[in-house]
Write a protein that binds this ligand. Sequence first.
Ligand SMILES: C[S@@+](CC[C@H](N)C(=O)[O-])C[C@H]1O[C@@H](n2cnc3c(N)ncnc32)[C@H](O)[C@@H]1O
Length: 272
Amino acid sequence: MTYRLFEGKDHASIYQKYRFTPPEEVKNIILQYLNTKKGQPHVLAVDLGCGTGQNSRLLAPHFQEVVGIDVSDCQLEVARAVPGYPNVTYRKGTAEDLHFPDGSVDLLTAASAAHWFDQSRFLAEASRVLKPRGCMALLGFTDSDTRLHYQDCGERLNHIYEEVKQVLLPYTSNPVAVSESKLEDLYTAIPFPDKERIECIRVNLTISVRNLVGFITSWSMFQAYKKKDPQTAEDLLLNTQKRFLEEMGVTSPDTKMDLKMGYFCVLASKPQ
Ligand SMILES: C[S@@+](CC[C@H](N)C(=O)[O-])C[C@H]1O[C@@H](n2cnc3c(N)ncnc32)[C@H](O)[C@@H]1O
């Protein structure tokens, strides 16, 4: 089954605007792993579930060619509109049916996406298309590790964030729960003996109140909530922004707070 929760044009532009580019720390871990396991040359990276291409573009300087794959036309349209990356192309497709020859891919990545894939079909395709010693890197972040802070109001901001998550909890699809498990089952199912799962890479960012609220709108459970009741969903956002600003004692939604996030990364290398 292919999940189609990211199809809308609006959702794609929200993605482009508010989703985080994976942090340098995580990218460096992945490239180091690839260098250790397979080494140069880095010819082809394929980024599965690329969405609007944040992770695909991040890989561009390190590979001769990067191909982003996604099921959603709207996400791909937004990705293709970003100029300045001549070695990155985007194709419509699924992680379960990869149109690449056997043993042709150096690195397969999926950023905040592998939890949507059909596990066994994806792993069969990954095993087929990777070069010997080629690597897969399945990364993401878990919301349970997210912490907000602004001056002396830390816990109160986290409390508001937690309340939003509670409202959206009934709209959480099974795959999102799989991501929160840091892909435990998928990791276990990887057929390569050479694999590891890094459970928490701490990353410190700053984010404006406006962008944090925008980030919430990118969640699949928010989109599901909005589909059911657009006005209540809109009110939830307005109210959340208002509460953040009040707690912080500021009026501008461009005021920035600290955001700590926990990324995970599943790494595996195909046998020789
Ligand atoms: C949460 S988004 C992540 C997008 C991007 N990688 C990022 O880091 O922001 C998940 C993406 O996976 C895509 N997707 C879901 N199932 C897929 C599948 N089976 N094959 C390829 N893409 C898929 C969705 O269309 C969506 O764009």
